[in-house]
Design a protein around this ligand. Structure first.
Ligand SMILES: Cc1cc2nc3c(=O)[nH]c(=O)nc-3n(C[C@H](O)[C@H](O)[C@H](O)COP(=O)(O)OP(=O)(O)OC[C@H]3O[C@@H](n4cnc5c(N)ncnc54)[C@H](O)[C@@H]3O)c2cc1C
Length: 380
């Protein structure tokens, strides 16, 4: 039985480790943090992502932990008027899987439990510092060896350094993120989730955790990021100033976000690599392979798709090298396309002429056909 070492226990790594173990591989998952977990924020899982979770047997559990919206809208920054309404009813009928908003911690708990049940060896406090062949060295001096190493260690990936020495780049976008209780003032915004768009900025909101919490993300373009860290404490005055003149609904969301500690994130990404495989035994998945801007809400979806296609390709191949090649052949074009379209979507939604948005054919994750993809059956 081949032994696979997965480095990084985020959405990509835990899903991949589970799928690999379920496919019959001995699997070890290394995570740098003292415990498996995720940040306090929401994530949107489109039907194509949920099909991947179905492959590892947790789709309905995740859907139950989340919220399935039946509609969404895009609104004007200044007066809040609705520019476009998206019908999200019957996503199961249309795409064979639901569209779900979920708290990242809830999703992660379900994924880690699935990994445990599948027999994955879970190792925490194991920060990879370098890879030699298929041996991973960790910060505390341990070494882990296997037949193949899968780098799922996120946008700052150590494993990716074997492919290119460059660090991730700042995309020119920042985000303030908050999870707030759904007060009566926010109830209508939670019932009809969506995004307010305006020149250079947008505000996303949706409910999670049985509609008790509203996930808020305020995106803005900023010319540079000079702090060492990628997440810094932010004074609410900065957020208030950034959205000066935006409509009352946005002001209500800012007021709610300002009640708790507020953090600002640099949105970093990666330029496409020609391949995600080296020497037939080291590969990258998820953000380590193709970190993208979040303007199509598809980074986690791509991570889940990678994980499932990787396990299927390895299981279908006589050897690891062939399996990894088949994985890249099946996934590279789609992920690279989504990276480019995510950037283009920011330009579309944050353009100067908000009044004109939605007058022509809408180009978004659904109209691009991303929801139709099925990682359970795509050719490997
Ligand atoms: C504001 C924002 C909103 C987003 N919204 C959405 C959305 O709605 N839908 C969607 O599909 N995507 C969304 N995304 C993208 C999505 O969050 C990411 O693409 C996804 O989380 C990537 O998962 P990952 O497992 O590849 O990486 P990560 O989540 O970064 O996980 C990497 C893991 O590796 C561990 N690690 C790091 N270094 C090491 C090391 N050296 N050794 C061992 N372990 C290590 C980390 O601790 C972590 O657990 C959003 C992103 C942002 C910034």
């Amino acid at each position: 039985m081949s032994h696979i070492l997965v480095v990084g226990g985020g959405i990509a790594g835990v899903t991949a480790a589970t799928a690999l173990a379920q496919s019959g591989f001995r699997t070890t998952l290394l995570e740098a943090a003292p415990q498996f977990g995720e940040i306090g924020a929401g994530v949107t899982l489109s039907p194509n992502a949920m099909k991947g979770l179905d492959f590892i047997g947790v789709m309905e559990e995740v859907a139950s932990a989340g919220v399935e919206p039946f509609r969404q809208r895009i609104q004007h920054w200044k007066d809040g008027c609705t520019l476009v309404t998206m019908d999200r009813a019957d996503q199961r009928g249309r795409y064979g899987a639901p569209y779900v908003y979920v708290h990242r911690a809830d999703l992660h708990a379900i994924l880690v439990e699935a990994a445990r049940e599948a027999g994955v060896e879970l190792v925490t406090n194991a920060a990879a510092t370098r890879v030699e062949g298929t041996t991973v060295h960790t910060a505390d001096g341990r070494r882990f060896s296997a037949d193949a190493v899968i780098g799922s260690d996120g946008v700052k990936s150590v494993i990716r350094q074997r492919f290119e020495p460059l660090p991730a780049h700042f995309t020119g976008h920042v985000a303030w993120r908050a999870l707030v209780p759904i007060s009566p003032e926010l109830a209508e915004l939670a019932n009809f989730p969506g995004v307010h768009i305006g020149p250079g900025k947008m505000v996303t909101r949706y409910p999670v955790r049985n509609k008790e919490l509203l996930n808020l993300v305020f995106f803005a373009r900023q010319p540079g990021w000079t702090d060492d860290g990628w997440t810094i404490r932010s004074d609410p005055k900065e957020l208030i100033a950034a959205y000066d003149g935006w409509c009352d609904e946005v002001q209500a969301m800012i007021f709610a976000a300002a009640q708790g500690p507020l953090f600002k994130w640099a949105i970093n990404a990666r330029t496409p690599l020609p391949t995600w495989v080296q020497n037939g035994n080291v590969a990258l998945i998820g953000d380590a392979a193709h970190a993208m801007t979040p303007f199509l809400g598809h980074g986690a979806a791509c991570a889940i798709e990678d994980a499932v296609v990787l396990a299927r390709a390895l299981e279908a191949s006589p050897g690891i090298a062939e399996g990894l090649d088949r994985f890249v052949a099946a996934r590279h074009a789609r992920a690279t396309f989504i990276q480019a379209e995510s950037n283009a979507n920011a330009d579309r939604m944050q353009g100067q002429e908000t009044d004109m948005f939605g007058l022509g054919a809408l180009r978004n994750e659904e109209s691009l056909g991303l929801f139709d993809y099925d990682c359970r059956t795509v050719r490997v």
